[in-house]
Design a protein around this ligand. Structure first.
Ligand SMILES: [Zn+2]
Length: 240
């Protein structure tokens, strides 16, 4: 009976671990999705800044062009060669500025093409990733519900089994389980405790085979049983 209890507890532990691991897994893939979303947001912001800079450069060109046409009409009224040259100089400066802004626009356009395609690729990848994450979440919810149903059934089973075990053995079982990594029962295989690998004395083995009492490993203190589980169920009531 203690063996049955151990088997139920082992299964419950596996299920509980799975249930506990699922939210972590979901958090991880959501974090990855979030980092991809943030990168896309940065690329989008860079693209918007690029377009703003381009508009500003276009406005600057317009301003310089207006200045040039104003200077050209003022130049017509120049009284001296010196004045004329001064206007010419200023016009040249404005035209150089226009050239500079035009080059800036070309450079911005080149960069915006790369940004634009990066944004498009990232948008597509992100949409796919979102779909995958949603699917994964649905699967996790499904699995969690199934595991919890199994756990509930196991607990019912366990309660039934626990009723068949003497109270002292049950409390012994729980005590050992808590102190020994959730494993309170160990099988003797080839003369050794299968959990701590300590060899069992011959006399101890004979007593264990006789099955007249609950016997514990002299090293790890787990409840021992040998080969045939029915041997053990004979032991259990003996302790009652
Ligand atoms: Zn042991």
């Amino acid at each position: 009976m203690a063996i049955k209890l151990q088997t139920l507890d082992d299964t419950a532990m596996v299920l509980s671990k799975e249930v506990a691991a699922l939210p972590k897994h979901i958090a991880e893939i959501e974090k990855k999705l979030d980092s991809h979303q943030k990168r896309l947001d940065l690329d989008r912001a860079a693209l918007a800044a690029n377009q703003r800079d381009r508009k500003k450069a276009e406005g600057d060109i317009q301003m310089q062009e207006q200045k040039v046409s104003k200077l050209k009409s003022q130049m017509l009224d120049a009284k001296t060669n010196e004045q004329y040259r001064a206007f010419q100089h200023e016009i040249e400066f404005c035209e150089n500025e226009i050239k500079r802004f035009e080059e800036q626009i070309l450079e911005l356009m080149g960069r915006s093409e790369a940004l634009d395609s990066a944004v498009k690729v990232a948008e597509k990848a992100l949409a796919e990733e979102k779909k995958e994450v949603d699917g994964e979440k649905a699967r996790a919810r499904d699995l969690t519900a199934k595991d919890q149903a199994k756990l509930a059934a196991l607990q019912a089973d366990r309660a039934g089994v626990a009723k068949l075990i003497s109270r002292s053995l049950l409390s012994e079982y729980e005590r050992i389980r808590k102190g020994r990594a959730n494993v309170a029962v160990a099988e003797v295989i080839n003369g050794r405790c299968s959990k701590c690998n300590m060899s069992v004395r011959l006399q101890f083995l004979q007593e264990l085979r006789a099955g007249n009492a609950i016997m514990k490993c002299e090293s790890c203190a787990r409840i021992l049983y040998i080969n045939e589980p029915e041997d053990f169920s004979d032991i259990a009531p003996a302790q009652a």
